[in-house]
Structure formats: structure tokens, C-alpha cells
Design a binder for this molecule. Structure first.
Ligand code: SAM
Length: 265
């Protein structure tokens, strides 16, 4: 079994059912499944009537999946690395429109993948994802939660409403992973910023947390150059003496808006 691909296959029928039920898939609904593995979750999604595009990196598993679902016209296998994949609905499903993402994620790439899905949120109807329990905690953390609160928390909370559906022990998988897991449901929020500006906000968030232990004002002066008097005074009122990990997602958005006031997009 390819250890490097984070392969832990779900064996618990109860957990598979819970993911499929949590996804509330309707007949004919387009679903992207990341890492179908041997197809246990795929089977549930197809039974629910989904139109499944599944992306799997491991060639040996792809051979098995093609055999297993050869007779199913609503199943399309894409043999690729999901991080390199064009996530447009036209490429995945051959038509426009929102699609859901359902996956028991390979844990080694959870964080980059979540940032990618956050950036793509305008194309998504919802996500139901199995992640490490530690990541589930970070996703919904607030400034009170110490080091669990970070760029991922701010970026995810800005873009999605999230609900932890269930906690999953290692014994639900073969082979069992070393860590506990949790299933999280994400529903995109109404965008507060136009697309290009939101992309800049997400870049701002990442940059602010690189030096999370330093004071925000210093980070901003380094990153954004000299600030005019009025803007500097407004920023000082908001963040004087505070670090990035003390600000709520809403406060980060307020700081970003102040920095980019009059920037147009
Ligand atoms: N969905 C299956 C299940 O629940 O039993 C397998 C889940 S397993 C945790 C993760 C799957 O993602 C594996 O099949 C692995 O080969 C695949 N995978 C790992 N890295 C990938 C990548 N970069 N792109 C696409 N699939 C990947």
C-alpha cells in the first residue's frame, strides 16, 4: 500500500453512511470525490444518485476503480494529482454549475488542498470532508484558542459556514492512521468581496500569520510600506499592541479594507 499517498481506507459502514447522509446528495448532482481509493465512499455517492468525477493519483487503484465501476455511466475517473487539477466544472463535468466536494482526504495534503478549495469556493455548493481532528479544531478556532487559531481558521471562516458532523476513531480505517479524524461540512458564505479582492484578502491573511508572534502594525508597515496619517490612525485604533492571532476574522477584514480603501477591485 502506497504510504506516501496517505492511504487509509474507510471500513466502517456507519461512517460511510454518515458522510453520504451529511452530503445530502440529490439525484444527478455533480460531485467531485478526491482520492476514491478502493471506491467505498464512491459506491455510496453513486447509490445516492450523484454524478461523480473522482480524482485518484495512484495508478494501481485507478485500474481497480475502472473495473469496479465500468458499468456506471455516472462515474468518471480522472487519474491525476488533485493539486494540479483544473477544478472548473467544465473540465470536471463538461458543464457549468456548482458542484459538491466529498472526500476522505489524504492527510498529508489537507492544508494546501483546503486553501485551494477556499480559493475555489464560488464554484462549490458544499463540501463534506474527513480531516485530521486537529485540522477540524483549527478550522473553527477563535482567537481564544491559542495556536489552533491561524490563517486557515480566518480564511475558512471568511468563506464557509462549518459544522463538525462526527468524530472518527482510527479503528474506522484500514490501515488505521496515527491520529483521530473528524468529518466537517462546509457551506459557502455569501461573498463579502469581489473575486480579485477576496484573493488579495486571502493572501493578506497568510502573510499576517507568517509572523504571528509579532505586532500587526509592524507587519503591516513592513508589508505595505508607509501608510498615510489618516489610515495609520484608524489602524492604530483597531490593532495597536495586538498580534494577528488576537484579531477575529471580521477584524482582519476591517484591517484589510482600510489598507485597500480606494483600490477599486
Ligand atoms: N476514499 C477512500 C476511502 O475512504 O476509503 C480512500 C481515502 S484515502 C485516506 C486517500 C486517497 O487519496 C487514496 O486513495 C490516495 O491514493 C489518494 N490520493 C493521495 N494523494 C492524492 C493526490 N495528490 N491526488 C489525488 N488523489 C490522491
Amino acid at each position: 500500500m502506497g504510504k506516501r499517498y496517505g492511504q487509509h481506507f474507510l471500513r466502517s459502514p456507519a461512517v460511510l453512511e454518515a458522510i453520504a447522509a451529511g452530503a445530502e446528495i440529490g439525484p444527478g448532482e455533480p460531485v467531485l470525490e478526491i482520492g476514491p481509493g478502493e471506491g467505498a465512499l464512491t459506491e455510496r455517492l453513486l447509490t445516492a444518485g450523484a454524478d461523480v468525477a473522482a480524482v485518484e493519483i495512484d495508478p494501481a487503484l485507478c485500474v481497480k476503480l475502472r473495473e469496479r465501476f465500468a458499468a456506471v455511466s455516472r462515474f468518471r475517473l480522472i487519474e491525476a494529482d488533485v493539486l494540479q487539477l483544473d477544478l472548473s466544472p467544465q473540465h470536471l463535468f463538461g458543464s457549468a454549475g456548482l458542484y459538491a466536494v466529498i472526500a476522505n482526504l489524504p492527510y498529508y495534503l489537507t492544508t494546501p488542498l483546503l486553501f485551494r478549495l477556499i480559493a475555489e469556493r464560488r464554484r462549490l455548493s458544499r463540501l463534506v470532508l474527513m480531516v485530521q481532528r486537529e485540522i477540524a479544531t483549527r478550522l473553527v478556532a477563535s482567537p481564544r484558542d491559542g495556536k489552533d487559531y491561524g490563517a486557515l481558521s480566518v480564511a475558512a471562516q471568511h468563506t464557509f459556514r462549518m459544522k463538525r458532523l462526527l468524530d472518527v476513531p482510527p479503528g474506522a480505517f484500514r490501515p488505521p492512521p496515527k491520529v483521530d479524524s473528524a468529518v466537517v461540512r462546509f457551506v459557502p458564505r455569501e461573498p463579502q468581496l469581489p473575486p480579485a479582492r477576496e484573493a488579495r484578502f486571502l493572501a493578506y491573511v497568510k502573510a499576517m500569520f507568517i509572523h504571528r508572534r509579532k505586532l500587526m502594525l509592524g507587519n503591516l508597515k513592513r508589508g505595505y510600506g508607509p501608510l498615510d496619517g489618516e489610515r495609520l490612525a484608524a489602524l492604530e485604533r483597531l490593532i495597536a499592541g495586538r498580534r494577528a492571532d488576537a484579531l477575529t476574522p471580521e477584524e482582519h477584514l476591517a484591517v484589510f479594507e482600510l489598507l485597500h480603501e480606494g483600490a477599486g477591485t
